[in-house]
Design a protein around this ligand. Structure first.
Ligand code: FES
Length: 204
């Protein structure tokens, strides 16, 4: 399957990448299920396609819940992690390819997310939901423990259905997987306790 995807086009093109993502098993539900927040999108469709920042109202997001907003044609996941999920993160470090998010910092992890949680506020993770291998959208696997395609001591995270890359609850990729890098943390900033701006990080 990797050969097919590898030769299917320019995976760096956002439209193409999204086509690949939505063609993968289980990927479609990711963005369709979300969007109780469509009304919070401020820019026009044209502006959004051009890369305008989008606002997200996270006031309804409870611990353990994830929502998705669309930015530059890509799904951006906002996950409010539980204290238990946060407590697991340091235990994963030796199993991860880039636990400190030191690779491709300018592309993947802004300075304010270069910490153990990869987030501004410890509980709230913001990542682009596109696998860094060939652009599929990983599936939520937040439930810890043994389950198909995952290790028995799985602590919760994401599984990419295309070629099996796994990511922890901070979007950090596990070692020896096809995906080379952690999930991208997009530029973002809090406009208030409950409003996030995704795509810019200069406003406050
Ligand atoms: S696209 Fe290949 S593992 Fe995710």
């Amino acid at each position: 399957m990797s050969e097919t995807l590898a030769h299917s086009g320019n995976v760096d093109d956002s439209k193409r990448t999204w086509l690949i993502a939505t063609s993968c098993a289980g990927a479609v539900g990711g963005i369709a299920a979300v969007v109780p927040f469509v009304s919070s999108f401020q820019p026009s469709e044209k502006a959004k396609a051009a890369g305008a920042a989008v606002e997200a109202d996270i006031s309804a997001l409870k611990p353990g819940e994830k929502m998705t907003v669309e930015w530059r044609g890509k799904p951006v996941w906002i996950l409010r992690r539980t204290p238990e999920q946060l407590a697991e993160l340091p235990k994963n470090d030796s199993l991860l390819a880039d636990p400190k998010s030191e690779r491709k910092q300018s592309e993947l992890t802004p300075a304010y997310a270069r910490n153990e949680n990869r987030s501004i506020k410890p509980d709230t993770l913001v990542v682009v939901g596109i696998c860094t291998h060939l652009g599929c959208s990983p599936s939520d696997k937040f439930q810890p423990g043994a389950q198909p395609s995952l290790p028995d001591d799985w602590p919760g995270g994401w599984l990419c259905p295309c070629h099996g890359s796994t990511f922890d609850m901070a979007g950090r990729v596990y070692k020896n997987k096809p995906a080379p890098d952690n999930l991208e943390v997009p530029p973002h900033v809090y406009l208030s306790d409950t409003r996030l701006l995704i795509g810019e990080d200069k406003k406050a």
